[in-house]
Design a protein around this ligand. Structure first.
Ligand SMILES: Cc1cc2nc3c(=O)[nH]c(=O)nc-3n(C[C@H](O)[C@H](O)[C@H](O)COP(=O)(O)OP(=O)(O)OC[C@H]3O[C@@H](n4cnc5c(N)ncnc54)[C@H](O)[C@@H]3O)c2cc1C
Length: 673
């Protein structure tokens, strides 16, 4: 067996880069106005009659009529727009160019320009969850106002009209009501539609996708044939042998150990050298990695459905990478992703495309927050929700309701209430989640007698921004070299996430630096990162430092130079020899952004950025069975109620695998399949 180069997939990537870079709608950045009154601007975003502007001068003063171009920093880079003015009003706003995250940016792009024009105001609230895109539009329009000779500061103080009066109550009916338009909810909707269901999906955000669209799109699948392109290392063999020997009282788990032991005997007898995988081995790894807390039946079912669900997504149009990679926190290379979409977007668009192409009877209603499950004779028969403007929604389900509201990492009170003591000071933790992840589905189900399991099992991801808590942007992949403020390495960077996060929190200020070189930073020749940001923007925002020598890098980080350089030299030696006497890292192969390389710090420019753990995934949730039926505190299933994705507990493995498999199952079960 030898140490081989293999791909290490980063924790999730990148389309959703939640950077709080200072928005800059400065004059320097704008390309100037054309004093072309009457320019025929076909505003894609907004061109409405300006209410309250019958030739009166607005708070912005008078403008030099014409069309002006301005640019401001959004979430993923520049947002450029054109604003057309007549002498006393903003007439239209057209977004010309942007690289903002599809789905999440739809709402601000549609709504903010409309609100600016209707109110002749820049005093518009950012759309929750899409703050950076919202602010980019507001800042760029402010710049255009200034270019046109108007008073942007005055427009920022103009109160906007309250058009939020509730509409008439809405009542609708469908076979299946799905709550939450993330990955699990849309998987459930499409799978139910395949069985002929009419479906209504309600989503509280103005955009769909939930946390699913924020991910790097790594999907774990047990596929022994695909994984066998890698040769097994000594470290990997030792891991298998260690898991076979672990003590357990659980009969199912003992059965997995026996099967893996038999497989390994055959493996050796046949002289095999490639990485081994099986349903039993993947289940065994997850069972022991996550505190032996999983319900073995649920866990095995999840693993067994991983490949069939991957194939189902493929049939729906998802284009998978052929060979798997590593993902931050996993020791086994079994993560697949989309070849065509970065990040989690592919796991949403595959469903919206299918709904459109196959003309499924699926209606998605945004900006309606479900608040209550409706019951009749002990059965769940619908959902009550409220729209952003207060309009009441009653949605009746002929067959059942699927809760797919995600986890609760963004609800500090719930995290503290249910803490199992695994993390010392939850009140200080930030999160990388969408703000919508506050546990609504769990609360609604608890009201009608549902049971919950494993609620204290919060997973942190170690590599977040200390200022914002966001997982992105960063450079590298998350499996790069970690160095603390004392300039020392402190952990095997391929450990599981609990180990990495515990180790990180034990460092001075709970902070460490992820260190990369030219080849494993993901920064391209054009100066953009793998996530599409300009590296200079990340440097300006103090997310990353860059240097031509290791000594200079140490100086920028404020760590002792001699210690830092010695640490790098030792790490590079381990990379070259494949042997890591200090921390026993088993692989120094390439990673997702650097498949044929290594994590060594060899070639300038060198980069580093401060990182700290954030609340990432809540593994606990509603108690369910393998058919996605919700179980009550009396031990019986609750008729008409199903749950899928991170809102559920019991598997101790959350993420896209759980969302896709359990969502698909829920859609089938509710239709009696
Ligand atoms: C930054 C980041 C990166 C990640 N990367 C990966 C990765 O690469 N691989 C992986 O396997 N996992 C990853 N994860 C975890 C993964 O994103 C989640 O576990 C998974 O997407 C959960 O899917 P879901 O459908 O259950 O929930 P979500 O996708 O979060 O969807 C839940 C939806 O329900 C809506 N909702 C909530 N309450 C209500 C209500 N009351 N009414 C109506 N709608 C409501 C929400 O707005 C949301 O749209 C990552 C997570 C984060 C935060």
């Amino acid at each position: 067996m030898k140490s081989v180069k293999r791909k290490i997939f980063l924790l999730g990537l990148t389309a959703m880069m939640s950077v709080s870079l200072a928005a800059c709608g400065s004059k320097e950045e704008s390309t100037g106005g054309t004093a072309a009154a009457g320019t025929d601007t076909t505003a894609a975003a907004a061109e409405t009659e300006t209410e309250g502007n019958d030739g009166d001068v607005t708070a912005g003063g008078t403008y030099t009529a014409g069309t002006y171009t301005a640019t401001a920093k959004g979430n993923n880079g520049d947002v450029t727009l054109e604003v057309t003015f007549d002498s006393d009003a903003i007439k239209s706003i057209e977004i010309k160019e942007h690289g903002e995250t599809p789905g999440i940016s739809d709402a601000p792009i549609a709504k903010i320009p409309e609100l600016i024009i209707a109110n002749q105001s820049l005093n518009i609230d950012a759309i929750t969850g899409a703050t950076n895109t919202s602010n980019a539009i507001l800042n760029a329009v402010a710049d255009a106002v200034t270019q046109a000779g108007g008073d942007a500061e005055a427009l920022k103080k103009v109160e906007i009209a309250d058009n939020e009066a509730a509409g008439e109550a809405v009542e609708k009916e469908a076979d299946v009501i799905v709550v939450g338009a993330g990955g699990a909810g849309l998987a459930a909707a499409v799978s139910a539609a395949e069985e002929g269901a009419s479906v209504i999906v309600i989503e509280k955000n103005p955009y769909i996708g939930g946390n699913t669209v924020r991910t790097g799109g790594g999907y774990a699948s047990c596929d022994p044939e695909a994984i066998a392109i890698h040769e097994m290392t000594d470290g990997e063999m030792a891991e298998i042998e260690g898991l076979i020997a672990r003590e357990t009282d659980n009969e199912a788990v003992k059965g997995w150990q026996k099967k893996v032991a038999e497989d390994m005997e055959a493996y050796k007898a046949e002289g095999k050298t490639q990485v081994y995988d099986s349903l039993e081995y993947m289940s065994l790894q997850y069972f022991f990695r996550f505190s032996q807390a999983a319900d073995p039946e649920l866990l095995y079912d999840l693993v067994a459905k991983s490949k069939p669900t991957k194939e189902w997504l493929g049939e729906l149009g998802f284009e998978w990478t052929d060979s798997p990679s590593f993902l931050l926190g996993d020791t086994w290379p079994r993560w697949f992703s989309s070849v065509s979409a970065h990040g989690g977007d592919g796991f949403i668009s595959v469903f919206t495309d299918a709904i459109e192409e196959k003309n499924y009877n699926v209606e998605i209603i945004k900006e309606v927050r479900a608040g209550e499950l409706l019951t009749a004779d002990g059965k769940v028969v619908g959902v009550k929700g409220t729209a952003a403007d207060g309009t009441e929604y009653t949605l009746n389900a002929n067959k059942g309701v699927v809760l797919a509201t995600g986890g609760f990492s963004a609800n500090k009170e719930m995290l503290i209430e249910y803490s199992d003591g695994r993390w010392a000071d939850i009140s200080k933790l930030q999160t990388d989640n969408d703000p919508a992840m506050v546990g609504d589905g769990i609360k609604m189900a608890l009201e009608i007698g549902a049971d919950v399991v494993d609620m204290g099992h919060l997973q942190l991801v170690p590599t977040c921004d200390p200022k914002t808590g966001d997982a992105y942007p960063f450079i590298g992949t998350g499996t790069n070299l970690y160095v603390n403020k004392e300039g020392k390495r402190f952990v095997n960077e391929l450990s599981d996430r609990d180990t990495l996060s515990n180790a990180a929190l034990a460092q001075t200020d709970g902070i460490f630096y992820m260190v990369c070189d030219k080849n494993n930073s993901g920064v391209g020749e054009d100066g953009t990162t793998y996530g599409g940001q300009n590296i200079q923007d990340l440097i300006d925002a103090d997310i990353v430092v860059k240097a031509d020598t290791l000594e200079e890098l140490a100086g920028l980080l404020g760590v002792d130079s001699a210690t830092f350089v010695e640490t790098i030299e030792k790490f590079n030696e381990a990379v070259k020899t494949g042997v890591d006497p200090e921390f026993n890292r088993a692989s120094f192969g390439g990673d997702f952004i650097n498949p044929d390389g290594n994590p060594g710090i060899f070639e300038a420019p060198f980069y580093a950025g401060p990182r700290t753990p954030s609340a990432h995934i809540t593994k606990g949730g509603l108690k369910v069975n393998t058919s996605a039926e919700v179980i009550g505190t009396d031990g019986n299933t609750i008729p008409g109620l199903y749950a899928a994705g991170e809102v559920t507990g019991g598997r101790t493995v959350a993420g896209l695998l759980e969302a896709m498999t359990s969502g698909r199952t829920a859609g089938k079960t509710v239709m009696g399949k």
